[in-house]
Design a protein around this ligand. Structure first.
Ligand code: HEM
Length: 483
């Protein structure tokens, strides 16, 4: 317990290093057993038996603790929670309801277009920003771009107080999750949550979902169909913002960090992006020549394997996520290992991501080419950045497109370096909690941002940047299930 409290998911890496021959082992805690998966060969067996080794019962408990939902809503959530009586009920049908708007196709393209507009606006705004805190900057811009595209014109996050409340709510989530005297130990977090709930209640009153994305409409319709009370729909939306923001913002930050802190990575990715940028010469109404430089996000997704590989490597190196399952009935895993009912199975991402047997002897090195189709030779199931099986992240295409768009525009237009000529130092992530997947940095980095030649102006000529998203139903290969 001391090891887990101090080191969190990294403790499982330490135990794997101590007992490398164990494919799976039991950690006995007072009143509970944790079955920890070490070997990637056991992961498909866990994922296949999703009824016996289930996630929905845990998810529902987490959701009600975190969102503070009413008894009535919790009762609806827990009805047929694991589909024992067939494919019905809130929990069983939720994933299906949100799958279509998040899968490559028109709904996702529409969200990406709004996101891209907002990203261009934010990158345009960087011109005046000579100094910034890198994580703060990325977090703010990703928060706005993501929420704008999901919630539409009534986006509650346009109010700075709502945005700040979300990031104040975040540090207390672990206490809420475990229900450890939250009113004492997570007071600030609870206050911030209630402000978010009030903002979402107002959003619902203003008929916000009808002007929002296909994803928002699907979530709202799903709750209405299941007769979730209005205040609880607002509360569940707070839970949904955890899903859409807490990973995307840090992942975009780590991506920016690795791109800018390694000259070879930066050069390679800029060279690759040069092929998906096209110029059109035109003039302003005042007769001034302008180059309109266009980048098509659909082409970034399909023709920039190096940038995509860099993102996957970022998630491999930094992810601290753990896939968790509840044992619903005694189960013999892979015909060999008895898992007793009522206990928990865990697949810690860092254990897979640091396995030299899977990734090779350079496992601890950041290699932006590791996921290139030509060089890739790892077992795909060992990449846990987006989880896997029935709980595979449905938002992976949306989040990845956003991160690629944001960082592509940033590196094409700006140079970023630590202030006063300091060296890049990789921040630690010791403060990340057990529920997190992509951790925030413990410390921010003070940086200077400078326009690149060709980024804004070329001699006398102005350059105007544009991002387009042509229709795209192609999926990026982000997880084993996409291949
Ligand atoms: C870089 C950004 C993101 C990362 C790294 C990420 C990662 C993950 C991971 C690892 C899981 C699986 C957890 C498990 O196996 O237990 C997951 C689940 C999930 N993610 Fe994401 N995610 C990201 C962005 C998003 C976005 C933008 C959305 C929504 C638009 C989203 C929606 C979800 C949902 C709804 C689930 C739960 C699926 C279920 O319960 O079956 N995620 N995510």
């Amino acid at each position: 317990m001391v090891g887990l409290t101090r080191k969190k998911s990294k403790y499982y890496v330490q135990l794997r290093n101590k007992y490398p021959d164990l494919p799976i082992y039991t950690l006995r805690l007072p009143g509970a057993r944790l079955y920890i998966i070490n070997s990637a060969t056991l992961i498909p067996a866990v994922q296949r038996h999703f009824k016996e080794l289930a996630f929905p019962p845990l998810e529902v408990k987490f959701a009600s603790n975190i969102c503070g939902s009413s008894k009535a809503a919790n009762e609806i959530l827990t009805r047929n929670v694991n589909g024992e009586e067939g494919d019905w009920g809130y929990s069983m049908t939720f994933y299906k309801a949100i799958h279509t708007p998040l899968a490559p196709g028109p709904g996702l393209d529409a969200m990406n277009r709004i996101m891209a507009e907002r990203v261009v606006a934010s990158i345009d705004g960087m011109k005046d920003r000579k100094r910034a805190k890198l994580f703060n900057f990325v977090k703010h811009e990703i928060t706005l771009a993501t929420t704008e595209s999901v919630y539409g014109p009534q986006n509650p996050f346009r109010d700075r107080a709502v945005e700040e409340s979300f990031w104040k709510f975040q540090p207390g989530i672990m206490i809420l999750l475990m229900n450890l005297f939250p009113s004492v130990l997570a007071k600030e977090s609870l206050e911030a949550r209630e402000l978010l709930v009030a903002a979402f209640n107002q959003y619902l009153k203003n008929d916000g979902p009808s002007q929002g994305s296909a994803l928002m409409k699907a979530r709202y319709d799903h709750s209405m169909e299941h007769k979730i009370p209005m205040d609880d729909i607002a509360r569940f939306e707070v839970g949904n913002t955890i899903g859409i923001l807490t990973n995307t913002a840090p992942a975009a930050f780590w991506m920016a960090y690795h791109l800018y802190s390694d000259a070879a990575v930066l050069r390679d990715c800029r060279d690759e992006l040069a092929h998906v940028v096209s110029d059109q010469e035109t003039t302003t109404p005042h007769g001034q020549p302008v180059t309109v430089r266009t980048i098509d996000l659909a082409r970034v997704k399909t023709s920039c394997p190096l940038l995509l590989s860099t993102l996957q490597e970022v998630l491999r190196v930094h992810s601290v996520g753990i896939s968790t399952r509840l044992v619903m009935q005694d189960h013999v895993l892979a015909g060999q290992y008895l898992l007793k009912k009522g206990n928990t199975v865990m697949i810690p991402g860092p254990v897979q991501h640091t396995n030299a047997g899977t990734w090779g002897p350079d496992v601890h090195r950041f290699d932006h080419r590791r996921f290139l189709p030509k060089t890739k030779r790892h077992n795909a199931v060992a990449f846990r950045g987006f989880g896997g099986g029935t709980t595979l992240c449905p938002g992976r295409h949306f989040a990845s497109t956003e991160i690629l768009a944001f960082t592509a525009l940033m590196i094409l237009r700006f140079d970023v370096a630590p202030v006063d000529g300091a060296q890049w130092t990789c921040p630690t992530t010791a403060k990340a909690e057990m529920w997190e997947v992509t951790p925030m940095p413990d410390e921010d980095i003070d940086v200077e941002i400078r326009s690149r030649a060709g980024g804004e102006e070329e001699g006398e000529k102005r350059v105007k940047w544009r991002v387009v998203v042509t229709d795209s139903d192609k999926a990026m290969p982000l997880a084993a299930e996409d291949e």
